[in-house]
Design a protein around this ligand. Structure first.
Ligand SMILES: [Mg+2]
Length: 251
């Protein structure tokens, strides 16, 4: 990776970065769309909070790189264009990206798995589209609503972005064969172990299926991957990034 060149990244004070501007990394141009607070590392708080990067320009060659901001390096990776062929990394959500909790629907119930941000960053860098596919029968069971699910996913992705990682799309299945709410009572093709969500994602984006894979923590996840014609990797805990790095070596 070439050294980043900073062009219009303005630092208005030691602690505040105005991140509306353009940044060049090699020959790629990135537009950062967000002005906000970032927190450098201090003795009390050793983990710096990087500036939020919400938007990246669609012009210029595809690429990724790092922007230095004070002591920090913020990785920015331009997403594949909507019509570009790319491999897809499917992630089950609960038990893979975040610790398993029964029917989580609020951000305060999300405890990120070790290595979750690094794993997604790694795949962004490699040009994968990162897609979450999650069974959310709590909707059908009337524990929470589809709006709750979408709101949670928006908040999760914001935290991902703050950590230099990006999830490209979320798919969820609110169904269950014995759902309390009749509208969701179905043995639906989207509910894993069936492959509906994966197939829909691969219809929505041009996908290089041979390099695509799913990471799940249950046999039903792996069955959905097999039914969709992609590899399935069973994650049994530990550091998610180390796990992904190991699996990528086998593809
Ligand atoms: Mg799971």
């Amino acid at each position: 990776m070439r050294d980043p060149t900073r062009s219009d990244l303005r630092l208005t004070s030691k602690q505040q970065a105005s991140l509306i501007g353009k940044v060049s990394i090699g020959r790629a141009r990135f537009r950062l769309v967000r002005s906000g607070w970032a927190r450098p590392a201090t003795a009390d708080s050793p983990n710096p909070r990087p500036p939020v990067i919400r938007g990246l320009s669609r012009t210029g060659p595809r690429g990724s790189g790092a922007v230095r901001w004070g002591q920090m390096t913020v990785t920015v990776t331009r997403p594949p264009a909507a019509d570009a062929m790319a491999p897809m990394a499917f992630f089950d959500r609960d038990g893979v990206l975040n610790e398993e909790v029964d029917y989580a629907f609020r951000i305060d119930q999300i405890v990120w798995v070790e290595g979750a941000f690094a794993a997604v960053r790694r795949l962004n860098r490699l040009g994968y589209r990162v897609v979450v596919v999650t069974n959310q029968s709590g909707v059908g069971r009337d524990y929470y609503t589809e709006d709750d699910v979408r709101s949670l996913h928006g908040q999760m992705n914001r935290i991902m972005l703050e950590n230099g990682a990006r999830i490209d799309a979320f798919y969820y299945s609110p169904h269950h064969p014995e759902a309390a709410l009749a509208a969701y009572r179905a043995d639906h093709e989207d509910r894993k172990p069936r492959p509906g969500m994966l197939l829909k994602a691969m219809r929505d984006f041009p996908t290089e299926r041979e390099r695509s894979f799913l990471v799940g923590d249950r046999e039903t996840d792996i069955q959905a991957a097999a039914a969709a014609g992609v590899r399935g990797f069973l994650f049994e805990g530990g550091n998610l990034d180390a796990f992904i790095a190991g699996q990528l070596g086998r593809i």
